[in-house]
Design a protein around this ligand. Sequence first.
Ligand code: ATP
Length: 321
Amino acid sequence: MSWSSPGGPGRLAGDGGVVARAPAKVNVHLAVGPLRPDGFHELRTVYLAVSLFDTVTVRPGAGLSLSVTGEGTTGTGPDAVPTDRRNLVWRAAELLAERAGVPADAAITIDKSIPAAAGLAGGSADAAAALVALDALWGTHATRGELTALAARLGSDVPFSLLGGVALGSGRGEQLSPVLARRRWDWVLGIAGEGLSTPAVYAELDRLRAEGRVPGGEELASPDPVIAALRSGPVPALAAALGNDLQPPALTLRPDLRRALRAATSAGAAAALVSGSGPTVAALAQDEDSAVRLTAALAGEGVYRTVRAVHGPVPGARLVG
Ligand code: ATP
């Protein structure tokens, strides 16, 4: 790996810190194949980056230290955000330092708006933002391609958090090709009080398949209808094409999600689906005004802990300021 690509010194903001942010994602299409020998499932997914961002600030330090503010500082289950080596940001820092041959010295703060274990790739967003911020702080001048290779080692969704926009993901989700979207899509996210563990949702899918309760996934549903709808524009076309193989297992683990999905469509969403492994409900709105009305209606329902209007596509991990 070459670290000799051109680039200026890291952009330093204020007190010598570098700030980057990265978006949450919604999977507008998620087809899950059978379990592979390496323990992963083959995926065909269409990611959409949406306007809910985590911010990562890195400052000069001796060794690594990490603090977390915002969403996820109070969780005790799968939604607890660790502040040690278990945090994806810590691993991103170690990996970049090792690859670039620099000491892993940084004081890192994550300010979370993306709830953890919500199916919104919050940890992946943090890792992607950390790679971008630390590359600037340490002056390692990695190319996008080099950062993407490191991202893929950190997790299946991290390359997309770096790229942003809309993309088709295959393999574990880490092999990306950009998808054209001609317009802005408005969504309302219904965020649950408690997170869901992604491995538990995949294990539940395997169980449901072994019992013959859902199709086995030998044939991955084609992403083409979703890609065509994203390209051509009408909301009902995208609404009709949305699909997520992880929704049935998320619903058996969290039966109350049925009510949460119904609440969204009853309140006027064009469609609603579980985002990734859940438990966030992503409700597609007709336009920005409808999203505002939908947000108000759903906030009054009391079925979600938080309701957020977002839109996409938005860019991936970027330096701020
Ligand atoms: P997925 O990308 O699989 O859809 P998710 O969005 O549902 O995951 P994350 O928010 O990425 O979930 O968190 C998944 C797990 O990762 C949590 O159980 C948490 O303990 C751990 N984790 C590690 N680093 C982070 C981080 N920076 N933010 C949130 N969770 C983290």
